[in-house]
Design a protein around this ligand. Sequence first.
Ligand code: AVJ
Length: 329
Amino acid sequence: MNLSARAVRRPAPRNLFVVDLAPRTESFEREVAAGLSRSPKTLPPKFFYDQRGAQLFTAICGTRAYYPTRTENRILVQSSSEIAAAIGRGAVIIEYGAGEIDKVRRLLPSARPAMYVGLDISGDQLVRASTALALDHPWLSVVAVIGDYHSELEAELTLPAHARRIVFFPGSTIGNFEPDGAREFLRRVRALVGESGGIVIGVDLQKPVDVLDLAYNDPQGYTAAFNLNLLARMNRELGADFDLSAFAHRAFYNAERARIEMHLLSVREQRVHIGGRVFAFAAGETIHTENSYKYTPESFSALAREAGFGLQRMWTDPAHWFGVFFLHN
Ligand code: AVJ
């Protein structure tokens, strides 16, 4: 029994509002059927983050091998006053993929926003983390939106009319998008934040391949478990019959496309049942589960320009492994 979870259970704070726009099981089932019918087979990475997947991702972030979290955190701490100055006081900070809501805490004391809106697909984690945030910052209005990046925020909630809007998108999750999708995402951000707003975005940078490969093949095996949890999730939620021992985690850097690819490799020929459907796997066939694009400061800057952001600034670590960009007009 987990006693500490009970002991730290906290009351619902008055400065917290929760909005649930979570996609339902039907959409999981539909997207799985579509992705596994394609050739090559694919599944969107957003489905990694059920309760177990969110826990495993937190574990990945704590490993030595997975450098992005600690590198970005160091940049946020070391440059917090400059980043906060770029954000300005009294803003509305909108965070995509809020997760544990730990990174933004480094900016709050100096940025002093009026409102924090955190969006995440992982509902339990988001409610827990936003409750803690609201209790720790009684002066801050906290809005937790359970949903994916395509949720129409403005249709669902009223943001303060005159406050400056700043999107916060740390963690290099932008790397999950294809370059076209990333540009499209940044364009939508521009529309959301308007003339006076901007985005603070974490971007993972190109670096020696052995460092990249290790980060997605951590020796503790959390990344493998995170990848394989997608199969376990389909078994749990869709009644699928994946044999987890018949699939293997594969992650490698594709230098030509400047991205880490994650796959689930079928170690033998097999058939899997999901709902009324049957999916056949050849031995060695994979489900492509994630891309994580790596940019250079120049390539990301060009992408941001193409999305219409005129002014840019980047903070980085001494080895230039990770960049935190501020993009605005
Ligand atoms: C959350 C998308 C930034 O691409 O590095 C970590 C997800 N996948 N290990 C990344 C992930 C495998 C992560 N992002």
